[in-house]
Design a protein around this ligand. Structure first.
Ligand SMILES: CC(C)(COP(=O)(O)OP(=O)(O)OC[C@H]1O[C@@H](n2cnc3c(N)ncnc32)[C@H](O)[C@@H]1OP(=O)(O)O)[C@@H](O)C(=O)NCCC(=O)NCCSC(=O)C[C@H](O)C(=O)O
Ligand code: MG
Length: 271
């Protein structure tokens, strides 16, 4: 599978692989992609059981792409995770805390599945472009919790504190044709905050958002759209465009605006 061969998912639901009820809930959810976690959501003494549970869950399938997140390179569980994920029915693998493109390349080869790579350390951000260019990498995912911790950003600081890193991740992903996926929103009961953060992520250029609870799916799906008004405008723009600079409603459009409208319509399944 190449990076550009499929539309990026907008809603990507994380869950601890060893939480049976969450696995059942994920199966009936509307998330476009399922992320079974073996890393930070799983306690140290449950790593082997979680790996077995992830492999079993992936074998049953979710009716959509499913990825398993391995433990970090150098950890006690990493090699067994790579082998387990590689032999599983998961469609994708997730590598957390990536920093070194050579190591990313080796893991992509070893796991033998498209690799979704988390950028969540300062060194990861600084190497994001080389990582995105690495053979086998299909996505960059912002790991905003780890990044905030690594940067020593105090609790309560807004997204502006990691704004530069988020833009680097989108730039790197776009430069190398891989998906750009935004980080999770931790406040489980703050629907308005989640919606605002999704809209902010989309405004930066992210394709979709990682989520941590089924209640977040509909909100993120709506924010990443496209909505009916956007679809209507894109259809009208494509129909009106005749090439070169011209007026469309109250603004100038050129070829790149037509291309963007076509991309949006493809995303909406209209063409
Ligand atoms: C955060 C949670 C631990 C909260 O759990 P809980 O209090 O049990 O939630 P609810 O009671 O509201 O759950 C209601 C039902 O929904 C199911 N559920 C909950 N979360 C999920 C989920 N993510 N996927 C599927 N189903 C879910 C519950 O099982 C309940 O179902 P039922 O029992 O049948 O009624 C919990 O939401 C959770 O564990 N979330 C995911 C945590 C996770 O995966 N973390 C790792 C990824 S985040 C990260 O690491 C990002 C990155 O690395 C970074 O650095 O930023
Ligand atoms: Mg993390």
């Amino acid at each position: 599978m190449t990076a550009a061969s499929s539309l990026p998912p907008r809603t990507l639901l994380f869950l601890p692989a060893n939480r049976e009820r969450a696995v059942a809930k994920a199966r009936e959810s509307a998330a476009e992609m399922i992320f079974l976690d073996l890393e930070d959501a799983v306690a140290a003494d449950a790593k082997d059981a979680a790996r077995d549970a992830a492999v079993t869950a992936a074998r049953t399938g979710f009716g959509r792409p499913v990825a398993i997140r391995m433990n970090v390179f150098g950890s006690a569980s990493h090699a067994a995770d790579v082998a387990g994920i590689g032999g599983s029915a998961a469609t994708h693998a997730i590598l957390p805390k990536a920093e070194d493109p050579a190591i990313v390349a080796a893991i992509a080869r070893a796991v033998g599945k498209p690799l979704l790579v988390m950028i969540e350390t300062p060194r990861g951000v600084l190497a994001a472009a080389q990582i995105a260019a690495t053979q086998g990498v299909m996505a960059l995912i912002a790991g905003t919790n780890d990044l905030r911790a690594e940067l020593r950003i105090p609790n309560g600081a807004g997204r502006e504190a990691i704004g530069h890193a988020l833009q680097v991740i989108v730039l790197a992903a776009r430069a190398h044709g891989v998906w750009a996926i935004d980080g999770v929103f931790n406040a489980l009961d703050d629907a308005a905050g989640l919606e605002a953060e999704c809209r902010h992520g989309r405004s930066l250029g992210f394709d979709g958002k990682t989520l941590i609870h089924p209640d977040q799916i509909a909100i993120a799906a709506r924010a990443f759209g496209p909505g009916e008004a956007e679809i209507e405008e894109a259809e009208a723009l494509v129909a009106a465009a005749s090439g070169g600079a011209e007026r469309f409603r109250d603004r100038m459009i050129e070829a790149m605006h037509v291309d963007a409208a076509r991309t949006l319509l493809a995303r909406a399944g209209r063409r």
